[in-house]
Design a binder for this molecule. Structure first.
Ligand SMILES: Nc1ncnc2c1ncn2[C@@H]1O[C@H](COP(=O)(O)OP(=O)(O)OP(=O)(O)O)[C@@H](O)[C@H]1O
Ligand SMILES: [Mg+2]
Length: 267
């Protein structure tokens, strides 16, 4: 197993004591596998992602174990964790603009991500940046490499975000609502790129979404979360066709009939 999380508890320090937002969560992920994580707003999906990549907000702390290839990430120092971040775990955020530096061209940002962790000449880093931009299908990449983030569309910015996340060939990719900010056609293209990369590179993908359509299309397995707990886990098809938990049934039944039909849930 590539990633194994056991009894993960995350809480915030507050004036009146500790408030837990994840209550002993377990999950596992293999190479080349996509695990879809779905659940209502506030259920703890982002806290799960951030604890895995070691970027919990101030005031939050995590207990339990998060093992990546056997290393317990929660026991690493910030210095060790920052070496793993990028090199072994890539993260794609909902709004790519927040992850990009507005004052730097996208090519320099991808090249910088490469040079930060790998011994690479400027020239090689730039060549690799171009290759990555082509890999995420940015049209006219040789021109776009010198663009600033604000000169790109939302979809192109998210492609740059994916290129940066993939720059160091991570084993694990975490995508927190990667297409929520994009319109449907761009969303489909980005998902298609992600799916292809995961398959070709054998990456494990934790894909967070509140959209069952996205999960059905992308995930091998799905985990349903509510209020910091796992409600159920199973194959995407199994969970969609035969939801076990009342909460999952509610999530599915709140979808428009046409969408449900598309998912194969005709009940
Ligand atoms: N900085 C913070 N301080 C205190 N509580 C927080 C903080 N950030 C998040 N929380 C709480 O942690 C819980 C889980 O939040 P989280 O962001 O993981 O939810 P989510 O499932 O990602 O929701 P969404 O679908 O809206 O992104 C929520 O109850 C939220 O209020
Ligand atoms: Mg979130």
């Amino acid at each position: 197993m590539m990633l194994e999380i056991e009894r993960l508890t995350v809480g915030f320090r507050t004036r009146v004591g500790r408030k837990d937002v994840l209550h002993g969560l377990d999950l596992s992920l293999s190479r080349g596998e996509t695990l879809g994580i779905i659940g209502e707003s506030g259920s703890g999906k982002s806290m799960l992602a951030l604890s895995t990549i070691g970027l919990l907000p101030r005031g939050a702390s995590a207990a339990g174990t998060i093992r990546l290839f056997g290393d317990d990430l929660l026991s690493l120092s910030e210095r060790q964790m920052s070496a793993i971040r990028g090199a072994r775990i890539g993260m794609i955020f909902q709004e790519p603009m927040t992850a990009l530096n507005p004052a730097m061209t996208v090519g320099s940002q991808i090249a910088e991500a490469l040079r930060l962790h790998r011994e690479m000449s400027r020239r090689d880093a730039r060549r690799e940046a171009l290759r990555l931009m082509e890999m995420v299908r940015i049209a006219r990449a040789p021109d776009r490499i010198n663009s600033y983030p604000h000169e790109l569309s939302g979809g192109e910015r998210q492609r740059v975000g994916i290129a940066i996340a993939l720059a160091l060939k991570p084993a694990l990719l975490i995508a927190d609502e990667p297409t929520t900010a994009l319109d449907v056609t761009v969303q489909a293209e980005i998902l298609d790129i992600l799916d292809q990369l995961v398959r070709e590179l054998g990456i494990g993908l934790l894909l967070i979404s509140h959209d069952f359509g996205v999960i059905a299309r992308m995930a091998d397995r799905v985990m349903v979360m509510r209020a910091g707990r796992v409600m159920e886990t199973g194959t995407a098809e199994g969970v969609i066709r035969r939801p076990q938990h009342a909460y999952t049934k509610t999530l599915l039944s709140s979808l428009p009939r046409r969408v449900r039909a598309g998912l194969g849930d005709l009940s």
